[in-house]
Design a protein around this ligand. Structure first.
Ligand SMILES: Cc1cc2nc3c(=O)[nH]c(=O)nc-3n(C[C@H](O)[C@H](O)[C@H](O)COP(=O)(O)OP(=O)(O)OC[C@H]3O[C@@H](n4cnc5c(N)ncnc54)[C@H](O)[C@@H]3O)c2cc1C
Length: 382
């Protein structure tokens, strides 16, 4: 199997490397420190075409392959994880429900500004009482006056509350016939809709630049044009969207692992103890060799999942494997890299500490790793 990049993909990677090193690497840490979403950077990324990376040109994007997206993510995430997290949430779960399941009028109205980088997209699934168990959501959408009346609450929703946010595509439970299984609809709620409010930006231990909030929906009415597809297809749409999101979180995890590996190699090469650089100690060398090997294994799984999607083959199992493996490697590698830095690695003045804080959520977001186990086991016939 050949995962080498074609010319267009390679050009994109070069552009991302340049931009990430020139702009993101020195501007994003300040936003992390101030716990502020750096929409200035996201707007610039929009101008470079990156916000519509997976959306075809016809709808304002650049129509990049999934492999190209993964390779580009490796460059952006190397510079900063919050920016890369906001970008990946926008480009996958924030935009794809509209592209994959919306009609042309909806794509024109909401997807185009997202893909052209003028607005930021958000995906509203999780609720205080329903995370892993998506079927347990309580937000309801009732047919009313030629539209939908939405009531409920969402939590941990990324990208909904910035000065670039357009609103949210959310999942709500709709009334189904007695005795039938519950039905779920995807609906677009724009930011200024009466009854739609948000809590303050939540404070995570990492991804501090990412805007994540609670959303409140009190008698929010939207017309029928805001319904994406059939009113009973929403859950399937959301779950399919998450499959792509998992490849993207896997790619983000690769970038984190590469970042901490580079930092650890560099530090070990110049930190002297017992009269020699600590990289001369076999215990340190083994840690670095293990990280490099695990990173390569995770990289192959991730590129393979991307390759399967690009070639129109089923990729659900592989996306779950990639996400599970790559995030686990990232969280472990970040801890090992801090260990190699000793006390300095614990201090937030050192970049490796910031990446360590950013690592844990990779095992939680877009389906916890326990849920990835379930997805894989189900595909094995269990
Ligand atoms: C920074 C951040 C950003 C996020 N952004 C978004 C977003 O933009 N949109 C959105 O909709 N959501 C978002 N989320 C929510 C995220 O997807 C959920 O946190 C995640 O799916 C887990 O749900 P939960 O937190 O309710 O945990 P729970 O589902 O309550 O799980 C708690 C624990 O129980 C385990 N568990 C649950 N069920 C099982 C089972 N059947 N078998 C074994 N173990 C199980 C879980 O693995 C976990 O360890 C975000 C979360 C974070 C932290």
């Amino acid at each position: 199997m050949d995962f080498s990049l074609d010319e267009r993909e390679q050009d994109l990677v070069d552009l991302c490397r340049d931009y990430a090193q020139r702009e993101i690497a020195h501007r994003a840490p300040l936003a992390w420190e101030e716990a502020r979403c750096p929409t200035d950077l996201l707007r610039e990324m929009g101008a470079l075409g990156l916000l519509g990376i997976l959306v075809p040109e016809e709808w304002g994007g650049i129509g990049m392959s999934t492999i190209g997206f993964v390779a580009a993510m490796e460059q952006i995430g190397l510079a900063d994880q919050s920016v890369a997290a906001a970008w990946q949430a926008h480009a996958t779960i924030g935009s794809l429900p509209l592209y994959l399941f919306g009609n042309d009028a909806q794509r024109e109205r909401w997807l185009r500004p997202l893909a052209e980088g003028r607005m930021l997209g958000a995906f509203g699934l999780t609720e205080p009482d329903a995370g892993s168990d998506a079927r347990g959501i309580r937000t309801t959408a009732q047919r009313r006056d030629g539209g939908w009346l939405i009531n409920g609450r969402k939590t941990f929703i990324s990208n909904a509350g910035t000065d670039m946010s357009f609103g949210v595509t959310l999942l709500a439970r709709v009334e189904s016939d007695e005795g039938s299984p519950p039905a779920y609809a995807s609906l677009v709620v724009e930011k200024a809709t009466p009854g739609f409010t948000m809590g303050p930006k939540m404070r995570g231990i990492g991804w501090r630049g990412l805007d994540t909030r609670e959303l409140y929906l009190d008698d929010v009415w939207v017309p029928d044009e805001h319904l994406i597809g059939d009113p009973d297809m929403g859950l399937g749409q959301f779950l399919r969207t998450l499959e792509v999101g998992r490849i993207s979180v896997a790619a983000l995890s690769l970038s984190l692992t590469q970042a901490v590996l580079d930092m650890a190699v560099e530090y070990a090469g110049h930190r002297v103890q017992f009269g020699q650089p600590i990289s001369k100690f076999q215990a340190v060398q083994f840690k670095l060799a293990d990280i490099a090997t695990e990173l390569e294994a995770a990289r192959w799984l991730t590129y393979r999942a991307a390759f399967l999607r690009d070639s129109g083959q089923p990729f659900q199992k592989e996306a779950a494997m990639a996400k599970m493996k790559a995030s686990r490697v990232a969280a472990w590698a970040a801890s090992e890299a801090v260990q190699i830095h000793g006390g300095l690695g614990y201090m937030l003045e050192t970049p490796v500490a910031r990446f360590y804080c950013d690592a844990k959520v990779l095992e939680i977001g877009e389906g916890t790793n326990e849920i990835q186990h379930l997805v894989i086991a189900r595909q094995l016939g269990c």
